[in-house]
Design a protein around this ligand. Structure first.
Ligand code: BDR
Ligand code: CA
Length: 312
């Protein structure tokens, strides 16, 4: 099993990602850190605790991270994820609070103890950038650094060119691509857009696992409406679980190595990921950019691990 820290902003799809990670025998989630993104940090932490309670895993500690991006003003995504970040499902609060340490210190202390700990970043990259700024060398032996963010050929989801996690804190995203000493596995919109939770999949989930299936229904209903209204998609795109799936089984995604950077200027290009696929800049690759996904393999993994479906 691989030890992993999950840095996230739950968030509907972050919550589904947490469920997949907590149920995967290949992964040992050593801690969850939250960052302001879809919702303010403390709401994200409350939601992480709700998911841990559902998975009966309140032994996993949750740490609070950045309350605002490095430089730009904070803009949440509560229009997409609901005021409570879980599709306005208003699930009962879980009161177990792990106080005492902040996200960045937890990340650095964990890497100090086990330098090979993998990191999954599912939200804006503020915490990761702050940790890197404090101690870049701490990341030198990280086994896998996987993030959900950016886009290569696909269009953006909060501007014509930018994906939300990069757009929300463009300075942090750029800093991560500038400083990270290990390859960055970028799971961007090109591949995540292909993971659509459809009404029939949801029905199937409720059939095989009524408790988990109805939890997923409760938190995604709002997201379904949003997708229909703005994108004319029936069902909803769930981005973050694909990054977890990739950490579990790297054959789910294919792509190529390239030098990537992020536009940090606060103008129309804010948060745009730039992949130098033609080597104009003669820089060594710092990233693996995913371009294709085995959608069926993803769902097989999600349904077996999270819903307990049996392989046909
Ligand atoms: C990303 O932004 C958030 O809304 C989702 O949780 C995901 O991490 C997609 O752009
Ligand atoms: Ca997220």
């Amino acid at each position: 099993t691989r030890n992993v820290i999950i840095d996230c902003d739950p968030g509907i799809d972050d919550s589904l990602a947490l469920l997949l990670a907590l149920n995967a025998p290949e992964l040992n989630v050593v801690g969850i850190t939250t960052v302001c993104g879809n919702v303010p940090t403390h709401i994200g932490a409350e939601n992480a605790l709700k998911v841990l309670a559902l998975a009966d895993r309140l032994d996993v500690p949750v740490y609070l991270g950045a309350n605002r991006p490095l430089k730009v003003d904070y803009v949440s995504a509560q229009d997409t994820h609901g005021e409570d970040g879980l599709g306005n499902s208003h699930l009962p609060a879980v009161t177990t609070v792990h106080a005492g340490q902040d996200a960045v210190s937890f990340i650095l202390d964990t890497l100090d103890e086990d330098p090979t700990t993998s990191i999954l970043a599912l939200g804006p990259l503020t915490n990761i950038a702050e940790a890197l700024q404090r101690d870049t060398a701490a990341f030198a032996a990280v086994d896998q650094f996987v993030l959900m963010g950016g886009n290569y050929k696909s269009h953006g989801n909060c501007s014509p060119v930018a994906e939300y996690n990069f757009w929300c804190d463009p300075d942090a995203a750029k800093m991560v691509f500038d400083l990270m000493p290990v390859p960055i596995h970028m799971v961007g919109l090109d591949v995540t857009r292909q993971i659509v939770l459809t009404p029939s999949l949801l029905e199937y989930m409720k059939d095989i696992n009524p408790e988990m299936g109805s939890f997923i229904e409760k938190i995604t209903r709002f997201y379904f409406d949003f997708h229909w209204q703005y994108e004319r998609v029936i069902g909803c795109v769930i981005n973050d679980p694909l990054a977890v799936a990739y950490l579990i089984d790297p054959t789910i995604l294919t792509g190529f190595e390239a030098y990537t950077t992020v536009v940090a200027t606060d103008d129309v290009a804010r948060g745009e990921s730039m992949v130098d696929d033609h080597h104009f800049w003669h820089r060594s690759p710092n990233s693996f950019v995913s371009t294709d996904v085995n959608v069926e393999a993803f769902w097989r993994l999600f349904l077996t691990q999270v819903l307990g479906a049996t392989e046909p």
